[in-house]
Design a binder for this molecule. Structure first.
Ligand code: DAH
Length: 345
């Protein structure tokens, strides 16, 4: 049987190599591998062998089968190429453009981060990045939130240990920036933040951008001017904003910034008389801001008698969702990695 295999191997190889067209090749395929082909018959003969011999011979036959199959394919390619070169058969247009690979684009959050960075860089702010794994001092205590202060509860924090946290906000970067000892400060810290929250308007990981401007004679007027500038640049269309008194431990006075809703144009009701589903009362909450608390300046080794400043910290995804026409009604969609969603941007 081994001799037979050998004979077929030599014979088939030379026949296939000499084939001149695909018709001939097909005939050889039938001759060897067809239902009554020579190799197929060999396989049938296997049954006659002793169980000891069967695996070894079976393997030889299978190898032969693969060999014949692959040389038929190779020869077929050669024949095709040759006929193309000779100008026969299929004509190949070498100038035809290739197949285009699908082109990706930036994730909407990345695009928003780039846009925010650019807007603030035009007025002299430098983008900074500060640690995502932070100590209690930078995340809370240095920001005027002593140990066990109830205000801390609002930042549903992930703790690594009692003193190490996943930073729940970018305000921790304020102290790190002040510690550099360079004044005046104009920074925009855009980083990942983490909180134990997940619902239509929260994801456990999200981005914030934190502005901090410290210099001599900085007042609320500067804060308002900066917010006005950002809103005009970032949100197209006419959007009003207001400062609503609020309380944060690290700013005094503190505000929440609201902007008018794009869907109802700040009226709270739609043209058909129904209440606006998005804002209900005409205003959407953008985020917190305020004048840096003297205790925070002191913690950052800055003399509050000589310097003052303002700060604001807003969610990147949140402002992105407020852009006109975004229509994202569940913030979690942004991080589901669903291409059907992402390709819309
Ligand atoms: N860190 C606050 C938060 O995560 C937001 C914030 C409020 C930042 C007021 C500020 C600020 O800089 O002045 O909720």
């Amino acid at each position: 049987m081994q001799d037979k295999i050998k004979k077929i191997r030599i014979q088939s190889a030379s026949e296939i190599n000499l084939a001149e067209n695909s018709k001939q090749l097909e005939n050889f395929r039938i001759k060897y591998l067809g239902r009554r082909g020579e190799v197929t018959l060999l396989l049938k003969d296997l049954a006659k062998l002793s169980p000891k011999q069967r695996p070894q011979i079976g393997k030889l036959i299978n190898d032969l089968k693969k060999e014949i199959d692959s040389s038929i394919k190779t020869r077929n390619e050669e024949i095709k190429l040759k006929s193309a070169e000779d100008g026969e058969g299929d004509w190949i247009d070498l100038t035809m453009p290739g197949v285009k690979l699908p082109e990706g684009h930036l994730h909407p959050t990345t695009a928003a981060i780039q846009e925010i960075t650019e807007i603030f860089s035009k007025i002299g702010y430098t983008r900074e990045r500060y640690p995502e794994v932070e100590t209690d001092w930078y995340a809370f205590e240095g920001l005027n939130m002593p140990k066990d202060h109830p205000a801390r509860d609002e930042w549903e924090t992930f703790f690594f240990s009692p003193k190490i946290v996943l930073t729940p906000h970018t305000s921790s970067g304020q102290l790190r920036e002040m510690e550099k000892g360079k004044l005046p400060i104009r920074m925009i810290n855009i980083s990942k933040c983490y909180r134990r929250q997940s619902d239509v308007s929260h994801t456990p990981m999200f981005y914030q951008f934190e502005g901090l401007h410290i210099d001599k004679n900085i007042s609320i007027a500067n804060l308002k001017g900066t917010i006005d500038y950002f809103i005009k640049e970032f949100f197209s269309g006419k959007r009003e904003f207001r400062l609503r008194p609020f309380h944060f431990r690290f700013t005094e006075p503190s505000f929440e910034i609201d902007i008018t809703c794009d869907i109802c144009q700040g009226k709270g009701v739609l043209e058909n008389g129904q209440k606006c589903r998005l804002c209900k009362e005409g205003w959407l909450e953008l985020g917190g801001a305020g004048m840096v608390h003297p205790n925070v300046l002191k913690a950052g080794k800055i003399d509050p008698k000589k310097y003052s400043g303002f700060a604001f910290g807003w969610g990147v995804e949140r402002v992105l969702m407020m852009k006109p026409g975004m229509n994202i009604d569940d913030i979690r969609m942004i991080y589901k990695n669903d291409l059907r969603f992402l390709e819309q941007f």
